[in-house]
Design a binder for this molecule. Structure first.
Ligand SMILES: [Zn+2]
Length: 234
């Protein structure tokens, strides 16, 4: 029982930090949210309906895969369905991040698919899905539709005019992935602009090149990145 309590405390701390990182890193302002599956259960930790920059470990809600709040006080974020249905659809997921980062939204707005243009973008090669319907994900049906885009090994989905969702083995990785994806999209936009809008001039990484850098979302890199970002908001 003591072990469970310690683990739960650590997970709550990670989820609160993940949310604050989203805001501090400029991926979201008043909106956006990060969550973590509570291991061995059909539930996850999600902040109440506030800016992710205001998330606190003690006030996180416990929500189940049907969208019901089973513990905690307050109203959950209205897009809880992204998290609920992703965890329901993929048992390998331990962390989900949803944010509204500007560069990623810009890519969706010009119909430009994500391309790998720097080292930290490499793990996304062939693993970025696209969700083209506009609007917020406020129903179970829409949550299922977002989850379907992430059903085939994708680790992120670009949501047109809206933002991104990353889905990984744990909340730290999902958070670092969101930061890296926005960094990647920002660089891609700058390269596109510098090339006069000619995407063919961008020297995007091939699949073989990207594979050499697959460790950029591995434990060692995530640990180092998390240490830095968590330090900014602790
Ligand atoms: Zn959203």
């Amino acid at each position: 029982m003591l072990r469970m309590t310690v683990d739960s405390t650590a997970l709550r701390r990670d989820v609160a930090l993940a949310n604050r990182i989203l805001e501090r890193s400029g991926l979201s302002n008043a909106f956006g949210h990060a969550s973590a599956r509570i291991p061995g259960t059909q539930t996850f930790l999600l902040p109440t309906r506030r800016s992710p920059g205001l998330a606190e470990a003690a006030t996180l809600l416990v929500v189940d895969f049907d969208g019901a709040v089973v513990a905690g006080d307050g109203t959950p974020n209205s897009e809880l369905w992204i998290h609920a249905r992703l965890y329901a659809s993929r048992s390998d997921l331990g962390g989900v991040v949803h944010a509204h980062p500007e560069a990623c939204v810009c890519l969706t707005g010009i119909g430009e698919p994500h391309r790998v243009v720097h080292n930290q973008g490499a793990p996304f090669h062939g693993r970025v899905a696209h969700y083209d319907d506009i609007g917020l994900i406020r129903t179970r049906t829409l949550g299922d539709r977002v989850a379907q885009t992430l059903s085939s090994g994708a680790i992120a989905t670009m949501m047109r005019g809206h933002g991104i969702t990353t889905a990984c083995a744990d909340v730290r990785t999902a958070t670092v992935a969101a930061v890296f994806l926005e960094e990647s999209a920002s660089l891609q936009l700058r390269m596109l602009h510098a090339a006069g809008g000619d995407g063919a001039r961008i020297r995007a990484y091939t699949q073989d090149e990207a594979r050499l850098l697959d460790d950029q979302l591995g434990p060692a890199i995530v640990s180092r990145a998390w240490e830095y970002y968590a330090g900014l908001v602790a």
